[in-house]
Design a protein around this ligand. Structure first.
Ligand code: NAD
Ligand code: TDX
Length: 343
């Protein structure tokens, strides 16, 4: 099979490419990525020379470019990871989120229709369901939970999901959608909670916890997400949504304390700062469907995954030190400079 992986120079997409090349060496993998601030070609250095791998720098919104690539490669499957993915950036500047996440997805699907495709898979998020209250631990997101978004980011992802399902119903495009909970692991951009806290901890910088830090996220090791997506594209039913999550709910403050503990740093680095606007309280996935239909279960326990992740950041400092020494400094000053220190 020839598989186009969009957004493959980012966090989850790159981990998925490594998984595919290892698990399915018979497949040809084309990575299509615009290389935004979040895409990093050095992440793919170890696979660049493989004969069954090709990297193409391209914007998914570039209709002619995408058309040409399909003409050259005749892909069997497209897995769409390409997106603007950071909630805080979407609050500052929604428009690029609508452009890439909605328009870009529609361009990919139009070209898939034109050439024919075995499967178009949309990598979506649990954030499309909105949030759950902290005092109802019995509630979980299922695939039939209504979409009810909070941020420009999650709204753009929900918009894309609706379009994907509409292309299935209207044009019969063979699609699938997966909605995963928060990922962690190697190569995550240090604007996201876990790598940001690791990098700050190692530099003895304040650890900016939004509000009280009581918000709950359902953390999944990135390799488990990659395995789940791969099962869905090969065995999942067309026109279906699959939720992905491993019942691993944790409060932000507990994650940050755990990182301090693992790195031998004092919790006095923790600084409570102004909360995120519209901050979702709790995400929690019910993964029954993907478990019963496809036999998927997460394999990495959080205590092992977080240690592996911290180890990776310790062993790969040049990768993230390079990122945080550049434009990231301006980003950090803008995002965190104005936040009031609550305590
Ligand atoms: P990321 O920000 O690390 O990577 C995104 C990649 O997409 C980058 O390589 C970037 O260069 C590329 N890209 C952005 N705009 C593009 C465009 N217009 N054309 C081509 N490439 C473009 O994101 P991530 O955390 O790896 O997330 C990947 C996908 O998974 C996203 O669709 C996201 O919504 C979804 N998701 C993420 C999580 C999570 O916890 N990180 C959880 C659930 C779902
Ligand atoms: O500095 C911080 N301080 C803080 O308290 C940052 C960056 C985050 N937080 C909080 C906000 C959230 O409650 O930590 C939690 C996790 O934040 P993020 O890492 O920004 O992730 P989240 O907003 O939950 O979204 C992530 O999961 C779903 C991904 O970024 C999305 O792409 C994915 O769809």
């Amino acid at each position: 099979m020839t598989i186009i992986v969009t957004g493959g120079a980012g966090f989850i997409g790159s981990n998925y490419i490594f998984y595919l090349l290892e698990k399915h060496p018979e497949d040809r993998i084309i990575c299509l990525d615009k290389l935004t601030y979040a895409g990093n070609l050095s992440t793919l250095a170890s696979v660049m020379d493989k004969p069954n791998f090709r990297f193409v720098k391209l914007d998914i919104c570039d209709r002619e470019g995408v058309y040409q690539l399909f003409e050259d490669e005749k892909p069997d499957v497209v897995v769409n990871f390409a997106a603007e993915s950071h909630v805080d950036r979407s609050i500052e500047n929604p428009s690029i989120f609508l452009q890439t996440n909605i328009i870009g997805t529609s361009v990919l699907m139009d070209v898939c229709r034109e050439f024919g495709i075995g499967r178009f898979h949309q990598v979506s998020t649990d954030e499309v369901y909105g949030d759950l209250p902290l005092d109802r631990p019995d509630l979980f997101f299922t695939e039939t939970t209504p979409l009810h978004t909070s941020s420009p980011y999650s709204s753009s992802k929900a918009g894309a999901d609706l379009l994907v399902m509409a292309y299935h119903r209207t044009y019969g495009l063979p699609v699938s959608v997966s909605r995963c909970s928060n990922n962690y692991g190697a190569y995550q951009f240090p604007e996201k909670l876990i790598p940001l806290m690791i990098a700050n901890c190692l530099a003895d910088k304040p650890l900016p916890v939004y509000g009280e830090g009581l918000n709950v996220r359902d953390w999944l090791f990135v390799d488990d997400h990659c395995k789940a997506i791969d099962l869905v594209i090969r065995k999942g039913r067309e026109g279906e949504v699959y939720n992905i999550g491993g019942h691993n709910e944790m409060r932000n403050i507990d994650i940050v304390k755990l990182i301090c503990h693992e790195l031998g740093k004092s919790e006095s680095l923790i600084t409570h700062v102004t909360d995120r606007k519209g901050h979702d309280m709790r995400y929690a996935i019910d993964p029954t469907k993907i478990h019963t239909e496809l036999g998927w279960l997460p394999e990495t326990k959080f205590e092992d995954g977080i240690r592996k992740t911290i180890r990776w950041y310790l062993d790969n400092k040049p990768w993230w030190a390079e990122i945080i020494s550049g434009e990231y400094q301006n980003y950090y000053a803008k995002m965190y400079g104005d936040r009031e220190h609550l305590r």
